[in-house]
Design a protein around this ligand. Structure first.
Ligand SMILES: Cc1cc2nc3c(=O)[nH]c(=O)nc-3n(C[C@H](O)[C@H](O)[C@H](O)COP(=O)(O)OP(=O)(O)OC[C@H]3O[C@@H](n4cnc5c(N)ncnc54)[C@H](O)[C@@H]3O)c2cc1C
Length: 403
């Protein structure tokens, strides 16, 4: 693959992870980012062991130590009474079972960590991709907003849920409003303050909604995500400024500890949550999709960024293994599509389980949680299939099998 020209469209987490994974190859990589500066908006992200393992392999471990926060457990609480519904211990269990930690990190910090790893890779800012010839026997051609054209041997569409590259690959298809909206904010604190939020992932589970809190910025801010079901999303954009008062009014009657935290919120943003059914294909000629462009999902298994990071690793190994870029992209898709499709559908199912309204269904679910909590240390989590998946070991044999 020496000298293979790779155009990465989008400088978000998926695009930067792709460039980081291609660092050890001889590929000639350029990132094209629509925004005039590389930055991420203010919200947290949970990185589960399957993603952390890849970030460690990409040399980002020090950055996770510097900016991340290790939660002691994932804990489910009843929305009204605060009663404990389940507790999954994380720190030792993740190390013993998965050989990698579980981290919370602010998105801007993760972005910074990845950016450090791709130092030297050209990043063209204010360079929106506006058109694309996906290539075939010859190279692909990317058209940029200023009208200039760039040839590439491989184009990677890491341009998010409203991907322009996806349109060129499979045609226009709007994303689906899931009926879920969420408020997101971060609350600065000088150190973890258990009277506000415990040093863990806390999930308050209620009818038609749930609220998640955890620490970011190495324990100096609490990240808050409050999700509720709604009939429609009327905003033009998929994110809009909102207010603390609107958030508090929506969650009236929920537990006072949670509402105390809501009172401390200042900059509150509201998001409509969109996803897609798994796509039938991601690749056309010398162009493929990665991250949310390929498989946008509800965030309830904390896997959107994790899947983009796994994709990036496998894609880089595929380009390394194949002299022909088109064959590399096809092999990458063969390896990645089944896993990400499974995660997309499982994320939806998780939302349904979190938001149950029938008291009987909730009771059954809570009993299941209780049994799992008692046995999880010995038998592993129900998310074993997610966390134990190790692309750093499996990519090469899986790509060989796909060839
Ligand atoms: C409420 C919420 C909570 C979440 N929590 C988690 C979590 O805990 N763990 C987790 O793993 N994931 C989580 N996610 C999902 C995660 O944020 C996304 O899956 C991830 O950011 C996808 O990365 P990406 O690089 O594919 O896309 P994006 O982050 O959307 O990046 C796309 C980039 O492409 C650029 N771009 C767009 N169009 C063009 C164009 N035409 N030309 C050039 N550039 C373009 C954009 O400016 C952007 O920089 C959450 C999502 C939400 C909404």
């Amino acid at each position: 693959m020496a000298g293979t020209r790779v155009a990465v469209i989008g400088g978000g987490i998926g695009g930067l992870a792709t460039a980081a994974a291609l660092q050890r190859t001889d590929a000639d990589v350029t990132i094209y980012e629509r925004s005039s500066q590389l930055s991420e908006i203010g919200a947290g992200i949970q990185l589960t062991p399957n993603a952390v393992r890849v970030l460690n392999a990409l040399g980002c471990g020090d950055g996770l130590e510097e900016f991340g926060f290790r939660p002691e457990s994932i804990t489910g609480l009843d929305w009204r009474t605060g009663k404990l519904l389940f507790r999954k211990p994380l720190i030792e269990v993740c190390r013993e079972r998965y050989g990698a930690d579980y981290f919370h990190i602010h998105r801007a910090d993760l972005h910074r960590v990845l950016l450090r790893r791709v130092e030297g890779t050209p990043v063209r800012l204010g360079a929106a991709c506006t058109g694309l010839d996906t290539g075939g026997a010859g190279p692909a051609t990317v058209t940029l907003a200023d009208g200039s054209k760039v040839e590439a041997d491989a184009v990677i569409g890491a341009d998010g849920i409203h991907s322009m590259v996806r349109q060129a690959v499979i045609g226009a298809q709007p994303a689906r409003f899931t009926g879920h909206v969420c408020w997101r904010t971060t609350i600065p604190v000088d150190k973890p303050r258990p009277e506000l939020a415990e040093p863990r992932t806390t999930i308050w589970l209620g009818p038609k909604g749930h609220v998640v809190t955890y620490y970011v910025h190495a324990g100096t801010a609490i990240n808050l995500i409050a999700i509720i079901e709604a009939d429609e999303w009327t905003e033009e954009s998929w994110t809009a400024p909102s207010s603390r008062e609107a958030m508090i009014a929506t969650f009236a009657g929920w537990h006072p500890k949670m509402l105390t935290l809501f009172q401390m919120a200042t900059d509150v943003f509201k998001w409509g949550l969109f996803d897609r059914d798994p796509l039938p294909r991601w690749t056309k000629g010398r162009t493929t999709l990665l991250g949310d462009a390929a498989h946008p999902m509800l965030p309830y298994l904390s896997q959107g960024a994790g899947m983009a990071i796994e994709d990036a690793f496998v894609l880089a190994r595929a380009l390394e293994a194949h002299a022909d870029a088109a064959a590399a992209l096809a092999a990458y898709e063969t390896v990645r599509r089944p896993r990400t499709s499974q995660v997309q559908l499982a994320s939806r199912a998780q939302g349904e389980s979190f938001h149950l309204t029938s008291p009987w269904a909730r009771l059954r679910r809570n009993l299941r949680f209780a049994v799992r909590s008692l046995t999880s240390r010995d038998k592993g989590f129900e998310t074993d299939w997610l966390y134990a998946h190790d692309v750093t070991q499996q990519a090469r044999p899986a790509l060989q099998a796909a060839a």
